[in-house]
Design a protein around this ligand. Sequence first.
Ligand code: DC
Length: 230
Amino acid sequence: MDIPKIIIAIDGYSSTGKSTFAQRVAEELGYIHLDSGALYRAVSLYGLRNGMISAEKGIDAPALVAALPTLDITLRPKVFIGEEDVSSAIRSMEVSSVVSPVSAIAEVREYVDSLLHRYGDRGGVVMDGRDIGSQVFPNAQLKIFMEADAEVRAMRRYRENIANGITSSFEDVLANLLARDAADSSRKVSPLRRAEDAILLDNTDMTMDDQMVWLKKLLSEKYGFEFETV
Ligand code: DC
């Protein structure tokens, strides 16, 4: 197998399966997977735990921004705050309901972007998020933009929540993802948008295996990757 070490950027709407797909791509190619949404979620969790974000008072952006230089968030590839693995805690509905406004703070975006560059500059990475191809790595060699019907996406996230022991109703999950899509697309700083050179992947009716076949075909035909099996 001849596998070049390129940068692959995967962007798209909430719960289109970007992270699951990116993780599988990383395993197949021997790449590192960087989940940028997980970093925004970790910043949000930190803010919730340290009184900078609360249901009553909202987000104290100056306090959160002031804390950023002291934040010790790492991807190993699971997400850690200090020595604590917070991979499950960042998926709670509490975090989901505040992460969009947190990710709209310019300084938070700079912080996350600097982490992504620290891990990703050398290539051999697959990153997923909302603005990777358009903003963070505009020179990524391959950009993919993922879409799927909203109800299909909500059902996937709802099942994932159940599997992770997170209590939520299907209606709440659907409402949250529609609200996040609207907020992420309309914010001033780095809004969610498809980069002009991103290739569309609508996976409404596709399994993970279908998506991998699609990707390997693309990598072989357009990027000269050589796989033993496609
Ligand atoms: O992919 P996710 O649902 O875990 O992302 C959580 C939030 O983080 C999402 O609502 C928007 C924000 N996000 C972002 O603004 N830019 C990124 N590159 C990734 C995520």
